[in-house]
Design a binder for this molecule. Structure first.
Ligand code: SAM
Ligand code: SF4
Length: 338
């Protein structure tokens, strides 16, 4: 007899069948981008979502509010490039006005952050992660297909000046491009007080070019960093995905996120909302729950909560990258929200 899965609980925290509770919401506020990172997008870009399909500010804030009511305590704005959403400051202010007020963070490529860091902080943004893979201008151009390194550096400085501390830098190492320079990037970040975290490249690019054997692993990054620095593991990682190391005894530290080679799916507390109002229980989910259409058809909060609970109840045990059944999601990272 096949076992019958019980229905999702009607109240309490936002649970899945493995007992994990969703508390960290990633919201993609746009799928558009002004860079073309090779591990993310093709050179020509992607067919962007038509505006009418995207959530309005009021719709987005209402859905975030419903999720906050279900126990979400951290909201991270991402994309695409979140700074390209013209109303981003208003979106942040709307989320900051929710009760209880969630912690509000953003992941950005930093282009345009020099102008926007202060107004975003004033609207309620608490923290920022800026993606920067190299401080070598030629490598930056090779990786992002745009000559915008100076803009990113200015954005980082503005974030620190606006008090969006600790400013974190996210980097992906690509074999034969920037993997030889990871120690330079760490020195540069330490000198400026930014916290660097390396993330393994995942199979989420629109072009489907990811290959397991070509990925620069967390172990390789650690090895390269130890050629220049003494790394001491920091205890008490808890459910955080980054393994943290003190650099040369501290206080500076570096994080390494082995999302592929040492997955942390068992501790996952994430849920995602796309710019067109689809709820995803995982970056790698092959299903989505459409929240936008019921919302536009006049659904009550209770009806939307039922759709959200049912989708979280479908969450799988893990991403399964490298297993025979693995299927890369149809949406690329830029349209899911990284
Ligand atoms: N445009 C913003 C940015 O670059 O920070 C936000 C969206 S981007 C999709 C979010 C993060 O995902 C970035 O740090 C980026 O480096 C990372 N990312 C994109 N594609 C990836 C991939 N295939 N594997 C691992 N990380 C990836
Ligand atoms: Fe744009 Fe971010 Fe993707 Fe780079 S990683 S192309 S900045 S969405």
């Amino acid at each position: 007899m096949p076992s019958v899965r019980p229905d999702a609980p009607a109240d309490g925290p936002l649970l899945d069948t493995f007992g994990r509770v969703a508390r960290d919401l990633r919201v993609s506020v746009t799928d558009r981008c002004n860079l073309r990172c090779t591990y993310c997008m093709p050179a020509e870009g992607l067919p962007w979502l038509p505006k009418p399909q995207m959530l309005t500010d009021a719709e987005l804030v209402r859905l975030v509010g419903i999720l906050v009511g279900l126990g979400v305590r951290q909201v991270r704005l991402t994309g695409g490039e979140p700074l390209l959403r013209r109303s981003l400051v208003d979106v942040v202010a709307g989320i900051a006005a929710l009760t209880p007020r969630p912690m509000i963070a953003m992941t950005t490529n930093g282009v345009g952050l020099d102008r926007l860091a202060a107004p975003l902080a004033a609207a309620g943004l608490d923290r920022v992660n800026v993606s920067l893979d190299t401080i070598d201008r030629d490598e930056f151009v090779a990786l992002t297909r745009r000559d915008r390194l100076a803009d990113v550096e200015a954005g980082l400085k503005a974030a620190a000046d606006a008090g969006l501390a600790p400013v974190k830098v996210n980097a992906v190492a690509m074999r034969g491009v920037n993997d030889g320079d990871v120690a330079d990037l760490l020195s540069w970040c330490i000198d400026r007080g930014y916290e660097l975290r390396f993330i393994e490249q995942m199979p989420l690019d629109a072009q489907h070019t990811w290959r397991a054997g070509a990925m620069v692993t967390a172990d390789e990054i650690e090895q390269r960093l130890t050629e220049r620095f003494t790394l001491t593991p920091v205890a008490g990682r808890g459910s955080a995905p980054a393994e943290r190391f003190l650099v040369d005894g501290g206080p500076a530290s570096v994080g390494i996120i082995a999302s592929v080679s040492r997955p942390f799916c068992g501790e996952c507390d994430r849920v995602r909302l796309t710019a067109d109002g689809q709820l995803r229980n995982c970056l790698f989910a092959n299903s989505e729950a459409n929240l936008r259409d019921p919302l536009r058809a006049g659904a009550t909060d209770a009806e939307i909560v039922a759709v959200i609970r049912a989708e979280m109840w479908r969450k799988g045990a893990g991403h399964g990258i490298g297993t025979p059944g693995f299927h890369q999601p149809d949406r690329p990272m830029s349209a899911i929200g990284g």
